[in-house]
Design a protein around this ligand. Structure first.
Ligand SMILES: [Zn+2]
Length: 136
């Protein structure tokens, strides 16, 4: 894929400027599944903050090992969740922006290796109440 195409790709009607199709796919089977409205919101936050978002996990199918061991499939299987590899000040800025932008599911992993912030905007449910903040 050439540089131009990598910079902008279409997800349905949405043109994504900051993300590649590859990094948004399920890592177990390469399926696409991200929600357009959700990615619009993530892109807007990325635009505002002005630094790269390293995607550590985005769409996951229900057979993905992380989802398969849960009681019920989580937010990533809806295409409305993303994990962004950030720490320190970048993590602070992502949190601040995410709260302002109305992301209602916020997971924080800021210990040791593989630090990230999870953002989602799934509906409130018995299994997964929203708004909600958790750590890993
Ligand atoms: Zn998969």
């Amino acid at each position: 894929m050439d540089a131009e195409v990598r910079l902008q790709f279409k997800l349905g009607e949405t043109t994504l400027k900051y993300f590649t199709p590859e990094e948004l796919r399920c890592s177990c089977c390469d399926q696409d599944g991200m929600n357009e409205a959700f990615m619009d919101k993530v892109s807007e936050l990325r635009e505002q903050l002005g630094f790269p978002f390293i995607v550590t996990s985005a769409y996951r199918c229900v057979k993905h090992p992380i989802e398969a061991r849960k009681d019920s499939p989580g937010a990533h299987t809806t295409g409305r969740a993303i994990d962004i590899g950030v720490s320190g000040m970048s993590a602070y800025l992502v949190l601040q922006g995410a709260l302002k932008a109305g992301f209602r599911g916020i997971g924080v992993q800021q210990k040791g290796e593989g630090r990230f912030i999870h953002l989602d905007d799934i509906e409130d449910s018995g299994d997964r109440p929203r708004p909600w903040v958790w750590s890993y």
